[in-house]
Design a protein. Structure first.
Length: 230
């Protein structure tokens, strides 16, 4: 975030935080969501703070942005039946807010549970060929996902699923190779790091309620994969 803030200051850019998966995370002692002029959080059901349907929030300290965002979410209306611009129907359902109000009380507890299970994964998998996630000094990771890197990712995924362990591949196609951005002219090989990550990343089970025995089973199954295949 320090580097991003410097770039924005140097070139007069607006910093908007995508904090969709970072509820409760901290960077250098500051809460994620307080760095940019605007930060966006998702309340999709699988997030650390999730509703039971679609939902999200925009946070800002600037009154003008807040007023316009409130208007845009409600058909561009500044008061009932009075529309100052064409807007959207982006109002979150009341039931989603009610669910989130209850779940917010447990966010810190659930994040701590995720962190405890992540540390257990790291302890159990530290001597395997996997590249494991890490928490930088001075930061608090909320472990929305526990994503590892493996140069034989697809083999490992199949093996785990054959042994009853569900996994996920998040973002298997990097943005520059998505059809939506074909007009930019990128081709395979142009962004090799992103492409390598898209081939190697695998998310292991991690959520509040996952037991230590289940984490140990996942780790043991991974160790058996590498013992079997060399």
């Amino acid at each position: 975030m320090d580097a991003l803030e410097k770039i924005c200051d140097r070139y007069g850019l607006v910093l908007v935080e995508d904090a969709a998966q970072a509820h409760g995370a901290r960077y250098d002692g500051r809460m994620i969501g307080t760095f940019g002029r605007v930060a966006c959080f998702s309340f999709y059901p699988t997030k650390n703070l999730g509703a039971i349907g679609e939902g999200g929030a925009l946070v800002t300290n600037e009154l003008g942005i807040a007023v316009r965002a409130r208007s845009l979410r409600d058909h561009g209306s500044d008061r009932k039946y009075h529309h100052v611009e064409v807007g959207y129907n982006y109002r979150m359902e009341g039931i989603q807010g009610a669910i989130l109000k209850v779940k917010l009380k447990y966010l810190d507890q659930w994040n701590a549970e995720r962190a405890r299970l992540a540390r257990l994964y790291i302890d159990l998998l530290s001597d395997t060929p996997l590249t494991l996630p890490r928490q930088n000094l001075g930061c608090i990771h909320v472990w929305h996902l526990f994503t590892v890197r493996c140069d034989r990712r697809d083999e490992l995924k199949r093996y785990l699923e054959e042994h009853g362990v569900g996994t996920a591949i998040h973002y298997p196609i990097p943005l520059h190779l998505q059809p939506a951005f074909a007009h930019l002219g990128y081709k395979p090989g142009d962004l090799p790091v992103a492409e390598q990550l898209s081939r190697e990343c695998l998310s292991l089970p991690l959520y509040p309620g996952l037991t230590e025995d289940e984490v140990k089973f996942v780790a043991d199954t991974i160790r058996k994969f590498f013992a079997r295949t060399g």
